[in-house]
Design a protein around this ligand. Structure first.
Ligand code: NAD
Ligand code: TYD
Length: 346
């Protein structure tokens, strides 16, 4: 008999959370998936419209804040979740530099509220979606160095500091209360439904609109890119595995300098490199992220499936095919953010 589970996915109207919702609905059609999302600027109900339409019986969307203890309690009473996967967060480093408060509130207090409910309702597993940014950065001239699960937490931005704090609270709930938890620390994701403020979608959209492509500093900062579906697969394996109390790094050894990604996007779209504009660097800009994923490979047999050269072409095509999705976003409140953020950069 199929083991039916109810999973609460918080932040499921955002980039990775929505990809995870679709991944799980496809792979486990007999599961119940409940999405709790506050629909901040980064959450988009239109992203989930296919899930709502195609899965009226086993998908539910609830608009609400993970910090709202009363709402979370009533949702747990109604849904009796087996597993909670927390994607909900303020996720953009640049916004955390402009205004850190929401980051500390959502990213630290939110998990606390969710874990209190998990503890009270004896949930099988609370999974915290964390990030490799909790480890700080690595120097460019030491390509032999990688983040392992034992690397010290050493956050640089208000965003990464809030995520590192949450990881500490998660492990404290495990040790103090015996709450069953797991944490994944993934590298930079890319793919469908990535919010236009982030590097890859921002560059695709600006190139399509023949607008300048703002590259911070010297453009040599390195990120380790993973196709979003491979991240979803890793979380699926962790929540179904014997992983209570474990932390897993997730990454596919795909390090690239920002400038090379920007040039690749321009080439794919047949746009000139003269669109590239070097602008003032991000404050505290992390130089290089690089994940050692050997633990998740060894212990769970996880392997990434999508190579960057294929994933980036698929992603560019997705943005070409879904102009309505991003045009609506960039014509709204996003315009104010863009003008404030990039208007101030020289
Ligand atoms: P995102 O900004 O695209 O989506 C975040 C979602 O959370 C949105 O739908 C938003 O409405 C929701 N949300 C925000 N505050 C909320 C609150 N208080 N209550 C309920 N919902 C709230 O983010 P993303 O890029 O999909 O990232 C998801 C998670 O993965 C985050 O925790 C992030 O730290 C982590 N992560 C992201 C990456 C990446 O490359 N994007 C890499 C590693 C880890
Ligand atoms: P981002 O997508 O914001 O992810 P993160 O900072 O969490 O890694 O940025 C990825 C890299 O791209 C980072 O080094 C900053 C750089 N970047 C630019 O050069 N220009 C931009 O307009 C943006 C948004 C990012």
């Amino acid at each position: 008999m199929e083991d039916k589970k109810t999973i609460i996915v918080t932040g499921g109207a955002g980039f990775i959370g929505s990809n995870f919702v679709y991944y799980m609905l496809k792979k486990y059609p007999f599961y119940r998936i409940v999405c709790l999302d506050a629909l901040t600027y980064a959450g988009n109900l239109s992203t989930l419209k296919k899930a709502i339409k195609d899965h009226p019986d086993n998908f539910r969307f609830v608009k609400g804040d993970i910090r709202d203890a009363e709402l979370v309690e009533s949702l747990f009473v109604e849904e009796k979740p087996d597993i909670v996967v927390n994607f909900a967060a303020e996720s953009h480093v640049d916004r955390s530099i402009l205004d850190p408060q929401a980051f500390l509130q959502t990213n630290i207090m939110g998990p606390q509220v969710l874990m209190d409910a998990c503890k009270k309702h004896n949930v099988e597993r609370y999974h915290q979606v964390s990030t490799d940014e909790v480890y700080g950065d690595l120097p460019l001239d030491r390509p032999d160095l990688f983040f392992t699960e034992n690397t010290n937490l050493h956050a640089s931005s208000p965003y990464s500091a809030s995520k590192a704090s949450a990881d500490l609270v998660v492990m404290a709930y495990h040790r103090t209360y015996g709450l069953p938890v797991s944490i994944s620390r993934c590298s930079n994701n890319y793919g469908p439904y990535h919010f236009p403020e982030k590097l890859i979608p921002l560059m695709i959209i600006n190139a399509l609109n023949d607008k300048p492509l703002p590259v911070y500093g010297d453009g040599l900062n390195v990120r380790d890119w993973l196709y979003v579906e491979d991240h979803c697969k890793a979380i699926d394996m962790i929540i179904h595995g014997d992983c209570n109390g474990e932390v897993f790094n997730v990454g596919g050894h795909n390090e690239m300098a920002n400038i090379d990604i920007v040039k690749l996007i321009l080439k794919e779209l047949g746009k000139p490199e003269s669109l590239i504009t070097f602008v003032e660097d991000r404050k505290g800009h992390d130089r290089r992220y690089a994940i050692d994923p050997s633990k998740i490979k060894r212990e769970l047999g996880w392997e990434p499936e999508t190579k960057f050269e294929n994933g980036i072409v698929k992603t560019i095509q997705w943005y070409l095919d879904h102009k309505d999705w991003w045009e609506e976003i960039i014509s709204g409140e996003y315009k104010n953010y863009y003008d404030k953020m990039y208007g101030e950069k020289k």
